[in-house]
Design a protein around this ligand. Structure first.
Ligand SMILES: NC(=O)c1ccc[n+]([C@@H]2O[C@H](COP(=O)([O-])OP(=O)(O)OC[C@H]3O[C@@H](n4cnc5c(N)ncnc54)[C@H](OP(=O)(O)O)[C@@H]3O)[C@@H](O)[C@H]2O)c1
Length: 272
């Protein structure tokens, strides 16, 4: 029986992913900053719920050591923990920028750093890093969040060559717009109706009128992570959700100039 360690399993995509692996008979180490009783409907011998804050080196050491010993080693690590902020760069504090990078980027790298010696010793393993469709479809008002996820994409692509000789796969799951997550409300919470800077209001209005009709469900992401975790082939990227798949195709099918022009059109941004 295989074992998966998942970060950020208290809600949203991470929780749905933990449930899907459990339903498929995997051992699951569901980690979260504050472990909660009864989070998963059925308690199971295959489930361990453990504390993990990906910004805390000691917490990472303890959680990874616990995970490695909980069952028969860790086959798959899913780096899902993350948060976003929807606001103009001008009103993004240095402190918020640092927190975004510490969680989304450095937290992911630190988890990979902690698990690689274990996987290398076993001669096998899969690392699935959850990024976002923003990496191929960047939009205004999420520049720093986009930077955190784009960094993870470059990191993962480079690393997938580096770890392949040791039987370790690295995969990227790129979810689209997932309205059924805490992420979406907390992303907007960095603004409120009164504090959103007026000069940027047209971009916010354009964003709101450009929301995709088909959005990304919890199951879309859980299924993509499960597929990536079980795929021993060479595929690196898994766009997840109909909107993410559509924008990945659109980006691939257009020239750089045409893609940028279509995006400028959607946001009524002048050509410079
Ligand atoms: N929802 C979307 O539209 C969307 C789109 C593309 C990509 N994503 C990505 O998908 C991933 C999951 O997000 P979600 O949408 O499912 O949102 P979510 O429901 O807010 O889940 C995020 C999870 O990350 C955890 N987390 C945050 N900071 C952490 C830290 N320092 N250490 C450990 N865990 C931490 C949260 O735990 P707490 O309960 O402790 O806060 C929560 O379990 C994120 O990486 C996000 O960037 C989301």
């Amino acid at each position: 029986m295989k074992t998966v360690l998942i970060t950020g399993s208290s809600s949203g995509f991470g929780k749905a992913t933990a449930q899907l692996f459990l339903a498929n008979g995997w051992n699951v180490i569901a980690t979260m900053r504050q472990p909660q009783d009864g989070l998963f409907a059925a308690s199971s011998n295959n489930l361990r719920v453990a504390a993990l804050d990906v910004t805390d080196a000691r917490s990472i050491r303890m959680a990874v050591s616990e995970a490695v010993n909980a069952f028969d080693g860790v086959d798959v690590l899913v780096n899902n923990a993350g948060f976003g902020a929807f606001l103009p760069l001008e009103t993004t504090s240095d402190e918020l920028t640092r927190r975004l990078f510490e969680t989304n980027t450095l937290g992911t790298i630190a988890m990979v750093h902690a698990i690689v010696p274990h996987m290398r010793q076993r001669g096998s393993g899969t690392i699935v890093n959850v990024t976002s469709s923003v990496v191929f479809n960047p939009s205004p008002l999420v520049s720093v969040y986009t930077a955190t996820k784009t960094a993870v994409e470059g990191f993962s692509e480079a690393l997938h060559y580096e770890l392949a000789p040791f039987g370790i796969h690295v995969k990227l799951v790129e979810p689209g717009y997932g309205p059924d997550t805490k992420f979406r409300t907390s992303m907007m919470a960095f603004n409120d109706a009164n504090s959103f800077p007026a000069p940027y209001q047209p971009l916010l209005d354009a964003r709101m009128s450009n929301l995709p009709e088909a959005t990304t469900s919890l199951e879309d992401v859980a299924n993509a992570v499960f597929r990536a975790a079980n795929d021993t082939g060479a595929t690196l990227r898994y766009p997840a959700g109909p909107d993410s798949v559509a924008s990945a195709k659109m980006r691939a099918g257009l020239s750089e100039d045409d893609f940028l022009a279509s995006k400028r059109g959607a946001y009524a941004v002048p050509r410079q």
